[in-house]
Design a protein around this ligand. Structure first.
Ligand code: PLP
Length: 389
């Protein structure tokens, strides 16, 4: 197992006077403290014994029902039996690694891709094949070539992992055309698609694109969801949604990991949804992050030198900055920390070690004033290193 570069780098970003665009942290002012306090009291009064007891590995049925209803907005056939509650969607990734991957197996990921997935899959000693992304998502023409190559060798990848909505790290959303073509290829080669979508409900602009599971006609998609970015990450609540015939294996894998996710937090989230609070919460978050995203885009436009480009995500928490080819965001990182501003190096999201000239910026966590000041510092530093005196 490799040490996580992100975790190592995040150690630097804990300094109190540092402006951090590094973590993927939601804005803490969005956490519904009062409502959760009130709900906790009610649950302990009414269902204390259930809440504090062991629970079913699959999850509390009321909660699974609510998640199924949530997911059925886009595909009415979804049932609670399709849902396995997980301790964050990170655990969903670990479960998939455990179920699908043996040492030496291959799996397809995007270039760049979510670092937590890369870690989870490589922990099972899988070999990851990265497919380049452009502003419409994974390049399906390159995926096709890769799958054909592996089909000839009779060693097909175990799954194709994508983060199709406002991707972590790039902020890119996969187009409908690419989603449809991805499924076609997955059917042709009989390879499951893993759709990891923590940011799906955080769209600020642009047209809704259907989730891949809603387009799937052959029961070949596994979708991961989470309340980390909608409610709060501290509850550690996510879910894995899969065709019913695959569920047993997922449940057995999870059972060996932690028996069950806490019933207490599941009941809290269930009551929160029952009270109809989730939609309003999401609307508030969207409004806040939309503003912060715009502040960051404006600051980038104002301060960055020519030759630096960035994505303009339609939702989510991140955008992706590309420096001129010869510059290294890795080399600049310590200088950035000296200037009291932090980002995550883009190469950490590349399973092939490339992407040295890229960086991920988070816009949900820093205050409005910090966003402007932080980008100004970053731009100054980049300029100085572009044209050394
Ligand atoms: C794409 C993606 N998947 C999974 C996770 C894990 O989220 P959690 O375990 O908090 O649900 C994250 C967190 O940032 C993410 O960006």
């Amino acid at each position: 197992m490799r040490r996580s570069e992100i975790r190592d780098l995040l150690k630097f970003t804990r300094q109190p006077d540092l402006i951090s665009f590094a973590g993927g942290l939601p804005a803490p002012e969005t956490f519904p403290l009062k409502e959760i306090e009130n709900i906790c009291t009610q649950i302990l009064h009414e269902k204390g014994a259930l809440a504090l007891q062991y629970g079913p590995t699959e999850g509390e049925y009321v909660f699974r029902q609510q998640i199924a209803n949530w997911m059925a907005r886009e595909k009415p056939s979804i049932k609670p039996e399709n849902i396995l509650v997980t301790s964050g969607s990170q655990q969903g990734l670990d479960i998939l690694g455990r179920v699908f991957l043996d040492p030496g197996d291959t799996a397809i990921v995007e270039l760049p891709s979510y670092i937590g997935a890369l870690q989870a899959f490589t922990a099972y000693r899988a070999r990851l094949i990265g497919i380049i992304q452009d502003d419409e998502g994974m390049r399906i023409d390159l995926l096709e070539k890769t799958l054909d190559k592996y089909a000839k060798r009779k060693k097909k990848p175990k799954f194709i992992y994508v983060v199709p909505d406002f991707q972590n790290p790039s902020g890119v959303t996969m187009s409908l055309d690419r989603r449809t073509k991805l499924l076609k290829l997955a059917y042709k080669h009989e390879i499951p698609v893993v759709e990891d979508s923590p940011y799906r409900d955080l769209r600020f602009t642009g047209q809704n694109v259907p989730p891949i599971y809603a387009l799937d006609k052959e029961n070949q998609v596994i979708t991961l969801g989470t309340f980390s970015k909608l409610l709060c990450p501290g509850l550690r609540l996510g879910w894995l949604m899969a065709p019913i015939e695959w569920m047993d294996r997922m449940v057995v894998a999870k059972q060996a990991m932690d028996l069950n996710s806490p019933s207490f937090t599941q009941l809290i989230a269930a009551e929160y949804i029952k009270r109809g609070l989730l939609k309003e919460q999401i609307n508030n978050i969207r409004t806040l992050y939309k503003k912060k995203r715009q502040l960051m885009l404006d600051a980038l436009q104002k301060y960055m030198p020519k030759g630096v480009t960035w994505t303009k995500p339609e939702g989510g928490l991140f955008l992706w900055v590309r420096l001129p080819r010869k510059m290294s965001a890795n080399d600049l990182f310590i200088k950035a920390i000296d200037n009291k501003v932090a980002y995550v190096i883009g190469s950490a999201f590349h399973c092939n070690g490339k992407g040295q000239n890229t960086m991920r910026l988070n816009f949900s966590y820093a205050s409005d004033a910090q966003i402007d000041e932080g980008i100004k510092r970053l731009a100054k530093m980049i300029k100085e290193n572009m044209y050394p005196t």
